[in-house]
Design a binder for this molecule. Structure first.
Ligand code: FAD
Length: 536
Protein backbone atom coordinates (compact mmCIF):
# COMPACT_ATOMS: atom_id res chain seq x y z
CA UNK A 1 0.00 0.00 0.00
CA UNK A 2 1.46 3.28 -1.08
CA UNK A 3 0.75 6.03 1.43
CA UNK A 4 -0.10 6.43 5.08
CA UNK A 5 -3.54 7.76 4.02
CA UNK A 6 -4.17 4.65 1.89
CA UNK A 7 -3.22 2.46 4.82
CA UNK A 8 -5.51 4.33 7.20
CA UNK A 9 -8.39 4.10 4.72
CA UNK A 10 -7.81 0.39 4.19
CA UNK A 11 -7.69 -0.17 7.95
CA UNK A 12 -10.97 1.66 8.42
CA UNK A 13 -12.69 -0.37 5.67
CA UNK A 14 -11.22 -3.61 7.01
CA UNK A 15 -12.38 -2.85 10.57
CA UNK A 16 -15.87 -2.00 9.35
CA UNK A 17 -15.97 -5.24 7.32
CA UNK A 18 -14.85 -7.34 10.28
CA UNK A 19 -17.33 -5.63 12.63
CA UNK A 20 -20.12 -6.42 10.13
CA UNK A 21 -19.06 -10.06 9.74
CA UNK A 22 -18.71 -10.58 13.50
CA UNK A 23 -22.15 -9.09 14.14
CA UNK A 24 -23.76 -11.53 11.72
CA UNK A 25 -22.07 -14.83 12.51
CA UNK A 26 -23.23 -17.72 10.34
CA UNK A 27 -24.27 -21.05 11.83
CA UNK A 28 -21.60 -22.82 9.76
CA UNK A 29 -18.37 -22.01 7.95
CA UNK A 30 -16.39 -24.20 5.58
CA UNK A 31 -13.30 -24.19 7.81
CA UNK A 32 -12.93 -22.97 11.39
CA UNK A 33 -9.34 -22.15 12.35
CA UNK A 34 -8.91 -21.90 16.14
CA UNK A 35 -6.02 -19.60 17.11
CA UNK A 36 -4.66 -16.67 15.07
CA UNK A 37 -1.02 -17.27 15.99
CA UNK A 38 1.99 -18.03 13.83
CA UNK A 39 0.57 -21.09 12.05
CA UNK A 40 -3.13 -20.21 12.35
CA UNK A 41 -2.63 -16.88 10.57
CA UNK A 42 -0.92 -18.62 7.65
CA UNK A 43 -3.41 -21.44 7.16
CA UNK A 44 -6.49 -19.19 7.53
CA UNK A 45 -5.20 -16.62 5.04
CA UNK A 46 -4.19 -19.22 2.47
CA UNK A 47 -7.60 -20.93 2.64
CA UNK A 48 -9.42 -17.59 2.35
CA UNK A 49 -7.61 -16.88 -0.93
CA UNK A 50 -10.46 -18.80 -2.54
CA UNK A 51 -13.49 -16.44 -2.41
CA UNK A 52 -15.90 -19.39 -2.39
CA UNK A 53 -14.54 -20.74 0.88
CA UNK A 54 -15.90 -19.27 4.11
CA UNK A 55 -13.23 -19.18 6.83
CA UNK A 56 -13.75 -18.36 10.50
CA UNK A 57 -10.59 -17.52 12.48
CA UNK A 58 -11.09 -17.46 16.26
CA UNK A 59 -8.60 -15.87 18.66
CA UNK A 60 -8.72 -15.65 22.46
CA UNK A 61 -6.54 -12.53 22.57
CA UNK A 62 -7.27 -9.05 21.30
CA UNK A 63 -6.00 -6.57 18.71
CA UNK A 64 -2.32 -6.33 17.84
CA UNK A 65 -2.65 -2.61 17.12
CA UNK A 66 -0.66 -1.77 20.23
CA UNK A 67 2.64 0.09 20.39
CA UNK A 68 4.25 -2.61 22.57
CA UNK A 69 3.56 -5.09 19.76
CA UNK A 70 4.44 -2.91 16.79
CA UNK A 71 7.58 -1.22 18.15
CA UNK A 72 10.30 -3.90 17.86
CA UNK A 73 12.24 -2.63 20.87
CA UNK A 74 9.30 -3.01 23.22
CA UNK A 75 8.79 -6.77 23.00
CA UNK A 76 9.70 -7.46 26.67
CA UNK A 77 6.81 -5.20 27.76
CA UNK A 78 4.33 -7.77 26.42
CA UNK A 79 5.60 -10.49 28.74
CA UNK A 80 3.92 -8.78 31.69
CA UNK A 81 0.71 -7.91 29.85
CA UNK A 82 -2.64 -9.43 28.91
CA UNK A 83 -1.05 -10.25 25.54
CA UNK A 84 0.49 -13.45 26.90
CA UNK A 85 -0.81 -16.60 28.55
CA UNK A 86 1.07 -16.55 31.84
CA UNK A 87 1.98 -20.24 31.81
CA UNK A 88 4.29 -21.56 34.50
CA UNK A 89 5.90 -24.98 34.64
CA UNK A 90 5.66 -27.01 37.85
CA UNK A 91 8.58 -27.15 40.29
CA UNK A 92 11.44 -29.02 38.68
CA UNK A 93 14.05 -30.81 40.82
CA UNK A 94 16.48 -30.66 37.86
CA UNK A 95 16.32 -26.85 38.01
CA UNK A 96 17.17 -26.80 41.72
CA UNK A 97 13.49 -26.74 42.63
CA UNK A 98 12.52 -23.81 40.41
CA UNK A 99 9.11 -23.37 38.77
CA UNK A 100 9.90 -21.35 35.66
CA UNK A 101 7.53 -19.07 33.71
CA UNK A 102 6.90 -20.02 30.06
CA UNK A 103 4.52 -17.42 28.58
CA UNK A 104 3.06 -17.70 25.06
CA UNK A 105 1.40 -15.06 22.89
CA UNK A 106 -2.30 -14.27 23.38
CA UNK A 107 -3.11 -11.63 20.77
CA UNK A 108 -3.69 -11.54 17.01
CA UNK A 109 -0.46 -13.06 15.69
CA UNK A 110 0.08 -15.16 18.83
CA UNK A 111 3.79 -15.66 19.49
CA UNK A 112 4.69 -13.78 16.31
CA UNK A 113 3.29 -10.59 17.89
CA UNK A 114 5.26 -10.78 21.13
CA UNK A 115 8.43 -12.56 20.07
CA UNK A 116 11.92 -11.27 19.33
CA UNK A 117 11.19 -11.30 15.57
CA UNK A 118 14.07 -13.63 14.63
CA UNK A 119 13.48 -15.59 11.44
CA UNK A 120 15.24 -18.95 11.59
CA UNK A 121 14.30 -21.71 9.20
CA UNK A 122 15.57 -24.77 11.05
CA UNK A 123 18.34 -27.14 9.98
CA UNK A 124 18.26 -29.43 6.95
CA UNK A 125 18.30 -32.41 9.36
CA UNK A 126 15.14 -31.19 11.15
CA UNK A 127 13.05 -31.27 7.99
CA UNK A 128 14.49 -34.56 6.82
CA UNK A 129 13.62 -35.96 10.26
CA UNK A 130 10.04 -34.64 9.90
CA UNK A 131 9.82 -36.37 6.50
CA UNK A 132 11.08 -39.67 7.90
CA UNK A 133 8.65 -39.52 10.84
CA UNK A 134 5.71 -38.59 8.61
CA UNK A 135 6.64 -41.01 5.84
CA UNK A 136 6.21 -38.12 3.41
CA UNK A 137 9.10 -36.55 1.46
CA UNK A 138 7.14 -33.34 1.07
CA UNK A 139 8.16 -32.51 4.65
CA UNK A 140 11.82 -32.93 3.65
CA UNK A 141 14.34 -30.12 3.36
CA UNK A 142 14.37 -29.78 -0.43
CA UNK A 143 10.61 -29.27 -0.62
CA UNK A 144 10.51 -27.01 2.45
CA UNK A 145 13.25 -24.85 0.92
CA UNK A 146 10.85 -24.24 -1.97
CA UNK A 147 8.12 -23.23 0.49
CA UNK A 148 10.48 -20.76 2.15
CA UNK A 149 11.34 -19.28 -1.26
CA UNK A 150 7.63 -18.92 -1.97
CA UNK A 151 6.75 -17.21 1.31
CA UNK A 152 9.66 -14.83 1.72
CA UNK A 153 9.98 -11.29 0.47
CA UNK A 154 13.72 -11.23 1.11
CA UNK A 155 15.35 -7.83 1.47
CA UNK A 156 19.01 -8.86 1.64
CA UNK A 157 21.46 -9.62 -1.17
CA UNK A 158 19.65 -11.54 -3.94
CA UNK A 159 20.18 -15.29 -3.82
CA UNK A 160 17.82 -17.25 -6.02
CA UNK A 161 19.00 -20.61 -4.70
CA UNK A 162 17.86 -19.89 -1.16
CA UNK A 163 15.63 -16.81 -1.13
CA UNK A 164 12.37 -15.65 -2.62
CA UNK A 165 11.45 -12.01 -3.14
CA UNK A 166 7.73 -11.97 -3.85
CA UNK A 167 6.08 -13.78 -0.93
CA UNK A 168 4.01 -12.30 1.90
CA UNK A 169 6.72 -12.42 4.61
CA UNK A 170 9.06 -9.43 4.60
CA UNK A 171 12.40 -10.76 5.89
CA UNK A 172 15.33 -8.40 6.34
CA UNK A 173 18.83 -8.77 7.74
CA UNK A 174 19.04 -6.74 10.98
CA UNK A 175 19.57 -3.21 9.71
CA UNK A 176 22.52 -1.27 11.12
CA UNK A 177 23.29 -3.87 13.79
CA UNK A 178 24.97 -2.98 17.07
CA UNK A 179 28.78 -3.18 17.22
CA UNK A 180 28.39 -6.00 19.76
CA UNK A 181 26.50 -8.04 17.15
CA UNK A 182 29.42 -7.54 14.74
CA UNK A 183 31.78 -8.47 17.59
CA UNK A 184 29.95 -11.79 17.93
CA UNK A 185 30.90 -12.63 14.34
CA UNK A 186 34.47 -11.55 15.05
CA UNK A 187 34.58 -13.77 18.14
CA UNK A 188 33.22 -16.71 16.15
CA UNK A 189 35.94 -16.25 13.52
CA UNK A 190 38.61 -16.16 16.26
CA UNK A 191 37.37 -19.54 17.47
CA UNK A 192 37.35 -21.01 13.97
CA UNK A 193 33.54 -21.01 13.66
CA UNK A 194 32.51 -20.04 10.12
CA UNK A 195 30.49 -16.88 9.57
CA UNK A 196 27.78 -16.39 6.96
CA UNK A 197 25.80 -13.57 5.34
CA UNK A 198 22.57 -15.00 6.73
CA UNK A 199 21.63 -17.78 9.14
CA UNK A 200 19.07 -18.96 6.57
CA UNK A 201 20.71 -20.86 3.78
CA UNK A 202 23.97 -22.75 3.61
CA UNK A 203 24.71 -22.20 7.31
CA UNK A 204 21.91 -24.53 8.35
CA UNK A 205 22.91 -27.35 6.04
CA UNK A 206 26.17 -28.20 7.83
CA UNK A 207 27.81 -28.00 11.27
CA UNK A 208 26.53 -24.47 11.94
CA UNK A 209 28.12 -21.03 12.08
CA UNK A 210 27.41 -17.44 13.02
CA UNK A 211 25.53 -14.66 11.24
CA UNK A 212 23.71 -11.39 11.70
CA UNK A 213 20.09 -12.43 12.17
CA UNK A 214 17.20 -12.13 9.74
CA UNK A 215 14.24 -10.30 11.27
CA UNK A 216 10.54 -9.81 10.61
CA UNK A 217 10.74 -6.02 10.79
CA UNK A 218 9.35 -3.84 8.02
CA UNK A 219 9.84 -0.08 7.91
CA UNK A 220 10.95 -0.20 11.52
CA UNK A 221 7.78 -1.97 12.71
CA UNK A 222 7.11 -5.59 13.76
CA UNK A 223 5.93 -7.63 10.80
CA UNK A 224 4.17 -10.51 12.56
CA UNK A 225 2.82 -13.48 10.62
CA UNK A 226 -0.67 -12.04 11.25
CA UNK A 227 0.44 -8.75 9.67
CA UNK A 228 2.10 -10.60 6.79
CA UNK A 229 -0.82 -12.89 5.92
CA UNK A 230 -4.14 -11.84 7.48
CA UNK A 231 -4.02 -8.09 7.89
CA UNK A 232 -3.91 -7.41 4.12
CA UNK A 233 -7.08 -9.47 3.52
CA UNK A 234 -9.24 -8.28 6.43
CA UNK A 235 -11.48 -6.53 3.92
CA UNK A 236 -12.57 -9.83 2.30
CA UNK A 237 -16.15 -11.01 2.79
CA UNK A 238 -15.15 -14.70 3.20
CA UNK A 239 -12.77 -14.30 6.17
CA UNK A 240 -14.22 -13.55 9.60
CA UNK A 241 -11.76 -12.90 12.42
CA UNK A 242 -13.14 -13.03 15.96
CA UNK A 243 -10.98 -11.66 18.77
CA UNK A 244 -11.50 -12.03 22.54
CA UNK A 245 -13.19 -15.36 21.86
CA UNK A 246 -12.16 -18.47 23.76
CA UNK A 247 -12.65 -21.87 22.13
CA UNK A 248 -13.69 -24.42 24.78
CA UNK A 249 -13.93 -27.67 22.84
CA UNK A 250 -14.34 -29.35 19.49
CA UNK A 251 -17.86 -30.61 18.84
CA UNK A 252 -17.85 -34.20 17.70
CA UNK A 253 -20.54 -36.27 16.08
CA UNK A 254 -19.24 -39.72 16.86
CA UNK A 255 -15.68 -39.52 15.57
CA UNK A 256 -16.23 -36.60 13.24
CA UNK A 257 -15.47 -32.97 14.14
CA UNK A 258 -18.49 -30.89 13.20
CA UNK A 259 -17.77 -27.56 14.85
CA UNK A 260 -16.55 -25.78 17.98
CA UNK A 261 -17.98 -24.44 21.22
CA UNK A 262 -16.64 -21.08 22.35
CA UNK A 263 -17.17 -18.19 24.74
CA UNK A 264 -17.60 -14.67 23.50
CA UNK A 265 -18.87 -11.66 25.38
CA UNK A 266 -20.01 -13.81 28.29
CA UNK A 267 -22.06 -16.09 26.01
CA UNK A 268 -21.42 -19.72 25.15
CA UNK A 269 -21.98 -20.41 21.44
CA UNK A 270 -21.46 -23.18 18.90
CA UNK A 271 -20.66 -22.88 15.22
CA UNK A 272 -20.45 -25.68 12.68
CA UNK A 273 -17.68 -26.53 10.21
CA UNK A 274 -18.73 -28.01 6.86
CA UNK A 275 -15.25 -29.16 5.86
CA UNK A 276 -12.83 -29.10 8.79
CA UNK A 277 -11.89 -27.78 12.20
CA UNK A 278 -8.25 -26.70 12.47
CA UNK A 279 -6.56 -26.37 15.87
CA UNK A 280 -3.74 -23.78 15.87
CA UNK A 281 -3.77 -22.92 19.56
CA UNK A 282 -0.07 -23.49 20.25
CA UNK A 283 1.69 -26.38 21.94
CA UNK A 284 0.02 -25.94 25.33
CA UNK A 285 -3.55 -25.05 24.44
CA UNK A 286 -3.94 -27.42 21.49
CA UNK A 287 -3.39 -30.62 23.51
CA UNK A 288 -5.46 -29.12 26.34
CA UNK A 289 -8.41 -28.52 24.02
CA UNK A 290 -8.03 -31.99 22.51
CA UNK A 291 -8.23 -33.54 25.97
CA UNK A 292 -11.25 -31.44 26.93
CA UNK A 293 -12.88 -32.68 23.72
CA UNK A 294 -12.33 -36.32 24.72
CA UNK A 295 -9.23 -36.93 22.60
CA UNK A 296 -6.22 -38.08 24.58
CA UNK A 297 -4.89 -40.79 26.80
CA UNK A 298 -7.78 -42.89 28.07
CA UNK A 299 -6.45 -43.23 31.64
CA UNK A 300 -5.68 -39.51 31.86
CA UNK A 301 -9.16 -38.53 30.64
CA UNK A 302 -10.79 -41.04 33.00
CA UNK A 303 -8.77 -39.58 35.89
CA UNK A 304 -10.48 -36.18 35.47
CA UNK A 305 -13.84 -37.55 34.33
CA UNK A 306 -13.85 -36.58 30.66
CA UNK A 307 -15.66 -39.12 28.42
CA UNK A 308 -13.20 -40.66 25.95
CA UNK A 309 -13.95 -40.21 22.25
CA UNK A 310 -10.57 -41.26 20.90
CA UNK A 311 -7.73 -42.84 22.87
CA UNK A 312 -4.49 -41.13 21.78
CA UNK A 313 -1.79 -41.57 24.44
CA UNK A 314 0.56 -39.07 22.78
CA UNK A 315 -1.64 -36.02 23.42
CA UNK A 316 0.29 -33.64 25.72
CA UNK A 317 3.40 -35.85 25.76
CA UNK A 318 6.80 -35.21 24.12
CA UNK A 319 6.86 -31.56 25.33
CA UNK A 320 10.04 -29.76 24.17
CA UNK A 321 11.59 -26.32 24.41
CA UNK A 322 15.06 -24.84 23.94
CA UNK A 323 16.18 -24.31 27.51
CA UNK A 324 18.63 -21.40 27.75
CA UNK A 325 21.35 -20.37 30.25
CA UNK A 326 22.28 -16.71 30.06
CA UNK A 327 25.91 -15.60 30.40
CA UNK A 328 26.32 -11.87 30.88
CA UNK A 329 29.03 -9.25 30.26
CA UNK A 330 29.15 -5.67 31.46
CA UNK A 331 29.61 -2.97 28.82
CA UNK A 332 32.50 -0.50 29.04
CA UNK A 333 30.12 2.20 27.93
CA UNK A 334 26.37 1.63 27.62
CA UNK A 335 25.31 0.65 24.06
CA UNK A 336 21.59 1.01 23.34
CA UNK A 337 19.93 -2.14 21.93
CA UNK A 338 19.02 -1.91 18.24
CA UNK A 339 16.10 -3.47 16.37
CA UNK A 340 14.62 -6.02 18.83
CA UNK A 341 17.90 -6.21 20.76
CA UNK A 342 18.96 -9.57 19.27
CA UNK A 343 20.93 -9.28 16.04
CA UNK A 344 23.49 -12.06 15.94
CA UNK A 345 23.05 -15.81 16.29
CA UNK A 346 25.35 -18.78 16.31
CA UNK A 347 24.73 -22.52 16.05
CA UNK A 348 27.35 -25.10 16.90
CA UNK A 349 27.90 -28.68 18.03
CA UNK A 350 28.57 -29.63 21.64
CA UNK A 351 30.46 -32.73 20.40
CA UNK A 352 32.42 -32.97 17.14
CA UNK A 353 30.87 -36.32 16.22
CA UNK A 354 27.32 -34.91 15.95
CA UNK A 355 25.76 -34.61 12.47
CA UNK A 356 24.19 -31.21 13.09
CA UNK A 357 24.33 -28.31 15.59
CA UNK A 358 22.79 -29.03 18.99
CA UNK A 359 23.51 -25.72 20.76
CA UNK A 360 22.31 -22.23 19.82
CA UNK A 361 23.28 -18.74 20.88
CA UNK A 362 21.18 -15.65 20.35
CA UNK A 363 22.93 -12.56 21.56
CA UNK A 364 20.68 -10.21 23.52
CA UNK A 365 21.88 -6.63 23.85
CA UNK A 366 20.73 -6.28 27.46
CA UNK A 367 20.95 -8.57 30.52
CA UNK A 368 18.52 -11.53 30.64
CA UNK A 369 19.06 -13.33 33.95
CA UNK A 370 16.80 -15.94 35.52
CA UNK A 371 15.11 -14.88 38.76
CA UNK A 372 17.83 -16.80 40.60
CA UNK A 373 20.90 -15.58 38.69
CA UNK A 374 19.52 -12.03 38.95
CA UNK A 375 20.29 -12.29 42.64
CA UNK A 376 24.00 -12.71 41.78
CA UNK A 377 24.05 -9.07 40.69
CA UNK A 378 23.30 -8.03 37.12
CA UNK A 379 25.18 -5.07 35.64
CA UNK A 380 23.04 -2.06 34.84
CA UNK A 381 24.46 -2.00 31.31
CA UNK A 382 25.42 -5.28 29.79
CA UNK A 383 24.60 -7.93 27.22
CA UNK A 384 23.69 -11.58 27.50
CA UNK A 385 24.50 -14.56 25.40
CA UNK A 386 21.17 -16.36 25.44
CA UNK A 387 22.79 -19.74 24.99
CA UNK A 388 20.79 -22.90 24.93
CA UNK A 389 20.16 -26.44 23.79
CA UNK A 390 18.98 -26.66 20.19
CA UNK A 391 18.24 -30.38 20.44
CA UNK A 392 17.39 -31.18 24.07
CA UNK A 393 16.92 -34.83 25.01
CA UNK A 394 14.64 -34.21 28.02
CA UNK A 395 10.91 -34.57 27.39
CA UNK A 396 8.08 -33.03 29.39
CA UNK A 397 4.33 -33.52 29.45
CA UNK A 398 1.04 -31.73 30.07
CA UNK A 399 -1.59 -33.00 32.49
CA UNK A 400 -5.13 -31.80 33.12
CA UNK A 401 -5.99 -30.64 36.62
CA UNK A 402 -9.74 -31.10 36.14
CA UNK A 403 -12.48 -31.33 33.55
CA UNK A 404 -13.19 -27.57 33.47
CA UNK A 405 -12.06 -26.30 30.05
CA UNK A 406 -11.03 -22.95 31.51
CA UNK A 407 -8.95 -24.34 34.41
CA UNK A 408 -5.17 -24.16 33.97
CA UNK A 409 -3.32 -27.37 33.28
CA UNK A 410 -0.12 -28.76 34.75
CA UNK A 411 3.04 -28.17 32.69
CA UNK A 412 5.74 -30.63 33.63
CA UNK A 413 8.47 -29.20 31.38
CA UNK A 414 11.01 -31.60 32.93
CA UNK A 415 13.96 -29.62 31.55
CA UNK A 416 17.47 -30.99 32.14
CA UNK A 417 16.13 -34.32 33.41
CA UNK A 418 18.32 -36.14 30.86
CA UNK A 419 21.98 -36.09 31.97
CA UNK A 420 23.05 -35.68 28.34
CA UNK A 421 21.40 -32.25 28.40
CA UNK A 422 23.49 -31.16 31.39
CA UNK A 423 26.65 -32.26 29.57
CA UNK A 424 25.68 -30.34 26.41
CA UNK A 425 24.70 -27.34 28.53
CA UNK A 426 28.12 -27.28 30.19
CA UNK A 427 29.81 -27.26 26.76
CA UNK A 428 27.36 -24.57 25.67
CA UNK A 429 28.27 -22.31 28.61
CA UNK A 430 32.00 -22.96 28.07
CA UNK A 431 31.72 -21.95 24.41
CA UNK A 432 29.68 -18.94 25.44
CA UNK A 433 32.49 -17.81 27.73
CA UNK A 434 35.12 -18.39 25.02
CA UNK A 435 33.08 -16.20 22.69
CA UNK A 436 32.27 -13.45 25.19
CA UNK A 437 35.87 -13.25 26.42
CA UNK A 438 37.34 -13.23 22.90
CA UNK A 439 39.41 -10.35 21.53
CA UNK A 440 36.57 -9.06 19.36
CA UNK A 441 34.51 -8.05 22.41
CA UNK A 442 37.34 -6.32 24.29
CA UNK A 443 36.57 -2.79 23.01
CA UNK A 444 33.02 -3.07 24.37
CA UNK A 445 33.28 -5.17 27.48
CA UNK A 446 34.44 -4.19 30.95
CA UNK A 447 34.08 -7.64 32.55
CA UNK A 448 32.35 -10.97 32.50
CA UNK A 449 29.53 -10.60 35.04
CA UNK A 450 28.48 -14.26 35.07
CA UNK A 451 29.06 -17.16 35.29
CA UNK A 452 32.89 -16.98 35.54
CA UNK A 453 35.17 -20.01 35.42
CA UNK A 454 33.05 -22.78 36.90
CA UNK A 455 33.80 -26.49 36.77
CA UNK A 456 32.02 -29.74 37.58
CA UNK A 457 29.20 -29.47 40.11
CA UNK A 458 29.49 -25.68 40.35
CA UNK A 459 28.93 -25.43 36.59
CA UNK A 460 25.97 -27.85 36.73
CA UNK A 461 24.51 -25.81 39.58
CA UNK A 462 24.82 -22.58 37.60
CA UNK A 463 23.11 -24.22 34.65
CA UNK A 464 20.19 -25.40 36.81
CA UNK A 465 19.84 -21.95 38.39
CA UNK A 466 20.18 -20.01 35.12
CA UNK A 467 17.86 -22.17 32.98
CA UNK A 468 14.95 -20.29 31.41
CA UNK A 469 12.57 -21.00 28.55
CA UNK A 470 13.55 -19.98 25.04
CA UNK A 471 9.74 -19.66 24.52
CA UNK A 472 9.85 -22.45 21.93
CA UNK A 473 7.23 -24.76 23.47
CA UNK A 474 6.46 -27.43 20.87
CA UNK A 475 5.94 -31.13 20.00
CA UNK A 476 2.95 -32.01 22.24
CA UNK A 477 0.78 -33.52 19.48
CA UNK A 478 3.46 -34.93 17.29
CA UNK A 479 3.25 -35.94 13.66
CA UNK A 480 4.36 -39.48 12.99
CA UNK A 481 3.41 -43.09 12.60
CA UNK A 482 4.08 -44.67 16.00
CA UNK A 483 1.61 -45.23 18.83
CA UNK A 484 2.50 -41.89 20.45
CA UNK A 485 1.80 -39.89 17.29
CA UNK A 486 -1.28 -37.66 17.35
CA UNK A 487 -1.42 -36.60 13.69
CA UNK A 488 -0.45 -38.24 10.42
CA UNK A 489 1.73 -36.68 7.72
CA UNK A 490 -1.30 -34.68 6.55
CA UNK A 491 -1.76 -33.28 10.07
CA UNK A 492 -5.08 -35.16 10.52
CA UNK A 493 -5.80 -36.31 14.06
CA UNK A 494 -5.70 -40.09 14.17
CA UNK A 495 -9.11 -41.67 14.55
CA UNK A 496 -11.10 -38.44 14.14
CA UNK A 497 -12.43 -37.10 10.84
CA UNK A 498 -12.46 -33.44 9.90
CA UNK A 499 -9.89 -32.36 12.50
CA UNK A 500 -6.34 -31.18 11.82
CA UNK A 501 -3.66 -29.72 14.03
CA UNK A 502 -1.68 -26.91 12.49
CA UNK A 503 0.86 -25.38 14.86
CA UNK A 504 4.10 -26.06 16.71
CA UNK A 505 2.48 -28.99 18.54
CA UNK A 506 2.92 -31.24 15.52
CA UNK A 507 6.72 -31.07 15.42
CA UNK A 508 8.10 -34.54 16.11
CA UNK A 509 11.14 -32.78 17.60
CA UNK A 510 11.85 -29.11 18.10
CA UNK A 511 13.60 -27.51 15.13
CA UNK A 512 17.18 -26.27 15.50
CA UNK A 513 16.54 -22.60 16.10
CA UNK A 514 13.69 -20.21 16.74
CA UNK A 515 10.35 -21.70 15.87
CA UNK A 516 8.13 -19.16 14.12
CA UNK A 517 9.47 -19.76 10.59
CA UNK A 518 8.88 -23.54 10.87
CA UNK A 519 5.36 -22.73 12.19
CA UNK A 520 4.75 -20.69 9.02
CA UNK A 521 5.81 -23.71 6.93
CA UNK A 522 3.41 -25.91 8.92
CA UNK A 523 0.62 -23.44 8.09
CA UNK A 524 1.55 -23.45 4.40
CA UNK A 525 1.71 -27.24 4.21
CA UNK A 526 -1.65 -27.55 5.95
CA UNK A 527 -3.32 -25.13 3.54
CA UNK A 528 -2.01 -27.13 0.58
CA UNK A 529 -3.35 -30.36 2.07
CA UNK A 530 -6.76 -28.97 3.06
CA UNK A 531 -7.23 -27.51 -0.42
CA UNK A 532 -6.24 -30.82 -1.99
CA UNK A 533 -8.64 -32.79 0.22
CA UNK A 534 -11.60 -30.56 -0.55
CA UNK A 535 -10.54 -29.74 -4.12
CA UNK A 536 -10.52 -25.97 -3.99
C1 FAD B 1 8.60 -13.98 24.20
C2 FAD B 1 8.76 -14.86 23.00
C3 FAD B 1 9.86 -14.69 22.17
C4 FAD B 1 10.02 -15.51 21.06
N1 FAD B 1 11.01 -15.21 20.16
C5 FAD B 1 11.00 -15.82 18.95
C6 FAD B 1 11.80 -15.34 17.88
O1 FAD B 1 12.47 -14.31 17.97
N2 FAD B 1 11.78 -16.02 16.72
C7 FAD B 1 11.02 -17.13 16.54
O2 FAD B 1 11.09 -17.75 15.49
N3 FAD B 1 10.22 -17.58 17.52
C8 FAD B 1 10.16 -16.93 18.70
N4 FAD B 1 9.27 -17.31 19.65
C9 FAD B 1 8.47 -18.51 19.42
C10 FAD B 1 7.38 -18.36 18.37
O3 FAD B 1 6.75 -17.10 18.46
C11 FAD B 1 6.37 -19.51 18.58
O4 FAD B 1 7.06 -20.73 18.45
C12 FAD B 1 5.25 -19.48 17.57
O5 FAD B 1 4.52 -18.28 17.65
C13 FAD B 1 4.33 -20.67 17.82
O6 FAD B 1 3.34 -20.66 16.84
P1 FAD B 1 2.00 -21.48 17.04
O7 FAD B 1 1.17 -21.23 15.84
O8 FAD B 1 2.34 -22.87 17.41
O9 FAD B 1 1.30 -20.85 18.33
P2 FAD B 1 1.06 -19.34 18.76
O10 FAD B 1 1.77 -18.41 17.88
O11 FAD B 1 1.32 -19.30 20.21
O12 FAD B 1 -0.49 -19.13 18.48
C14 FAD B 1 -1.53 -19.74 19.20
C15 FAD B 1 -2.71 -18.77 19.23
O13 FAD B 1 -3.87 -19.46 19.71
C16 FAD B 1 -4.55 -18.63 20.62
N5 FAD B 1 -5.32 -19.46 21.54
C17 FAD B 1 -4.85 -20.34 22.46
N6 FAD B 1 -5.86 -20.96 23.09
C18 FAD B 1 -7.00 -20.46 22.57
C19 FAD B 1 -8.39 -20.76 22.77
N7 FAD B 1 -8.78 -21.69 23.63
N8 FAD B 1 -9.30 -20.09 22.02
C20 FAD B 1 -8.91 -19.18 21.08
N9 FAD B 1 -7.60 -18.88 20.85
C21 FAD B 1 -6.67 -19.51 21.58
C22 FAD B 1 -3.43 -17.88 21.32
O14 FAD B 1 -3.91 -16.74 21.99
C23 FAD B 1 -2.47 -17.61 20.19
O15 FAD B 1 -2.75 -16.39 19.54
C24 FAD B 1 9.09 -16.54 20.79
C25 FAD B 1 7.98 -16.71 21.62
C26 FAD B 1 7.79 -15.87 22.71
C27 FAD B 1 6.58 -16.05 23.58
Amino acid sequence: MSSVTDQAEFQERANANQARLAAALKPTYDVIVCGAGASGSVVAARLAENPDVQVLLIEAGGSDDVEAVLDPGQWPVNLASERVWPFQAITNPHLNGRAIPMPMGKVLGGGSSVNVMLWARGHRSDWDFFAAEAGDDEWGYENVLGIYRRIENWQGAPNTQYRGDSGPVWVEPASDPSPVAQAMLGAAAELGIPTFDSPNGRMMEGPGGAAITDLLIRDGRRHSLFRAYVQPILGKPNLTVLTDTMVRRVILDGKRATGVEFERGGERLTIGARMEVVLSLGAIQTPKLLMHSGIGDQAELNRVGIPVVQHLPGVGQNFQDHVSFGCTWEYNEPIAPRNGGSEASLYWKSRPDLDAPDILFCQVEFPVPSERTAALGVPEHGWTMFAGLAQPKSRGRLLLRDSDALAPLEIDANMLSDPEDVRAAARCVELCRELGNAQAFRPFVKREAMPGDLKGEAMADYIRDAAVTYWHQTCTAKMGRDAMSVVDGSLRVYGVEGLRIVDGSIMPRVTTGNTQAPCAVIGERAAEMIRATHRF
